[in-house]
Design a protein around this ligand. Structure first.
Ligand SMILES: [Zn+2]
Ligand SMILES: [Zn+2]
Length: 287
């Protein structure tokens, strides 16, 4: 008649560590075992071949709990009799690993869902910023003020972006007002690409051209003093919102504008702290 197997007593931390090491050796050739650390009595940690951390804790002399750590709380945990390292190893493989796999899967699903939510929020914020920009920059007196002062490349880049954000009438007004001013140069509205068609298929190119033209120091220095605070701010936020845009672009617009427009509402209106403005202005080359 087989003898009933007795739990192997684990009476102290040294015995626990020995037991954990023997269990680890059965789990895989490269498992590492640490602990019990100072102040963490009754607890050893096995890091298995796949990098899972298994926390082995004493529950009295004859029983252990094994927790497979996950980022989510609570981590999956099993209780198991300390019959032998082989017995504990079997329970880890048979019961704990499947729990851990499910928990990790769930964790990844949650992380993916959170990332999707974050992306959706960012996209919504970008749409809102773009709508404000398009609205402000469709303003008729503003177009009349600015369009014929812009160089062709800058107005084309602006039109290329606006045609994706607002109705085609706005783009036509920009180009018509611009062409009146530059008529002596022989350009007409139709010479500017957005009215020739085809460009709308490639919003990315339009945006890249816009960022290039509208962050060039010449454009900033020439145009920033002419913009009122609202139009400037709508532009700066739109530039801020560009995926991968350099924060310095919007900062440069704001600092040049604040320094050079006597009617400006001031630093705080543009979200510039008095402490950061001088440094930003220096970077932007504003005296
Ligand atoms: Zn032109
Ligand atoms: Zn201002």
């Amino acid at each position: 008649m087989p003898m009933k197997k007795m739990p192997r007593p684990i009476t102290d931390d040294a015995a626990l560590l020995k037991f954990a090491k023997e269990t680890a050796a059965l789990l895989g050739p490269n498992c590492r075992t640490t602990g019990p650390e100072e102040g963490r009595c009754g607890r050893a940690v096995i890091v298995d071949d796949e990098g899972r951390a298994l926390v082995v804790e004493r529950e009295g002399d004859a029983k252990l709990t094994v927790t497979a750590k996950t980022d989510r709380v609570p981590s999956p945990r099993i209780g198991v009799s300390a019959l032998s390292p082989a017995h504990v190893k079997d329970h880890i493989c048979r019961r704990l690993y499947p729990l851990h796999a499910r928990a990790v899967e769930e964790e990844q699903r949650e992380k993916a869902a959170a990332a999707r939510q974050r992306q959706a929020r960012v996209a919504q914020e970008q749409r809102r910023t773009a709508a404000v920009f398009a609205d402000r920059w469709s303003d008729e007196p503003f177009i009349a003020l600015l369009a014929d002062l812009l160089p062709c490349s800058a107005v084309e880049a602006l039109a290329g972006v606006l045609q994706h954000l607002t109705n085609p009438g706005v783009v036509r007004r920009w180009l018509a007002a611009h062409s009146r001013g530059s008529a002596e140069m022989g350009y007409t509205a139709e010479d500017h690409f957005p009215l020739r068609g085809g460009e709308s298929a490639n919003a990315g190119t339009g945006k890249a051209a816009f960022v290039r033209e509208w962050t060039s120091p010449d454009t900033v220095d020439d145009v920033a003093p002419l913009l009122d605070c609202c139009h400037l701010e709508a532009l700066a936020r739109y530039l801020d919102d560009f995926p991968g845009s350099d924060d310095a672009y919007a900062m440069r617009w704001r600092t040049v504008h604040v320094a050079s427009n006597p009617d400006c509402h001031g630093l705080e209106y543009h979200g510039l702290a008095a402490t950061q403005a001088p440094a930003a202005a220096q970077r932007a080359g504003v005296q």
